[in-house]
Ligand binder design. Structure first.
Ligand code: SF4
Ligand code: SF4
Length: 170
């Protein structure tokens, strides 16, 4: 589920398919943010006890994400997991040196990629990733870890690789 200008494509054209299929993986920050902002206690499930990998749970007897509303929108939009913020794009990150990262981008083709075009989505996703790498790079590595553990990178299509240098005044 994307921002309000994408709502029509996501909820009407697509039928919120991504929010009804694979559960989003949660970074520690995602988990703490949602936990602090919801009264619900059964909204997540743990899929790896040892590493405490968590994903958003599904509604009882349904395949829908716990936070998908009746009208096909996200009830926790401001606090949605990073996995959802980047979707339908995915990124793998490697630390190449001080303030230098290589990013490998992947995509899941869906109505949004067709209607919006990859470039616009990529621009937004790059800004999100860049901002995390400036202030809290550990969150991007936590994202990568939970995506690997939850199988989130599976069956995604490689898009491009780029080198990102964080400038000292960023
Ligand atoms: S699969 Fe794509 S078009 Fe459908 S709800 Fe998710 S992001 Fe939107
Ligand atoms: S948290 Fe929100 S955006 Fe993410 S899958 Fe659930 S309903 Fe969709």
């Amino acid at each position: 589920m994307k921002n309000t200008s994408d709502e029509k494509i996501c909820s009407i054209v697509c039928g919120s398919k991504c929010c009804r299929s694979t559960p989003p993986a949660l970074t520690k920050e995602d988990f703490n943010k949602i936990q602090a902002n919801t009264e619900q206690k059964r909204w997540f499930r743990t899929i790896n006890e040892k590493d405490s990998i968590r994903v958003v749970g599904k509604k009882e007897n349904l395949i829908d994400c716990y936070f998908l509303s009746e009208n096909g929108l996200c009830c926790i939009y401001e606090n949605r997991p990073l996995d959802c913020k980047l979707f339908p794009l995915f990124v793998k990150i490697k630390h190449e040196g001080e303030k230098e990262y290589s990013l490998r981008w992947y995509v899941w083709y869906c109505p949004l990629t067709k209607k919006k075009g990859i470039e616009e989505l990529l621009q937004k996703a790059e800004t999100i990733v860049h901002d995390y790498l400036v202030v809290k790079p550990e969150i991007m590595f936590d994202y990568q870890n939970v995506m690997c553990e939850s199988g989130g990178y599976k069956k995604k299509h490689f898009l491009k690789e780029e080198l990102l240098t964080i400038k000292s005044n960023d």
